[in-house]
Write a protein of this length. Sequence first.
Length: 73
Amino acid sequence: MTDDKLYDEPSHVTAKDGVVEVKGPDAVDVRMTPEAADETSGRLLDGAMKAQGQKVMGQRKGAKEPPNTDSDE
């Protein structure tokens, strides 16, 4: 990926005459077949879930470990 800019605005998606149209930030304007859009949506969902997990794990690394409260000691 050559552009390091991070966008927090979701894309707009419409379907017209059997074509999926995606418009988003930075002049994104894409037309896809339903099959290509379906595959792309799955890839986006997979990437979003991985990135959310990475965010959570990154936040945990910076947090202190909670004290051990087991009474077996």
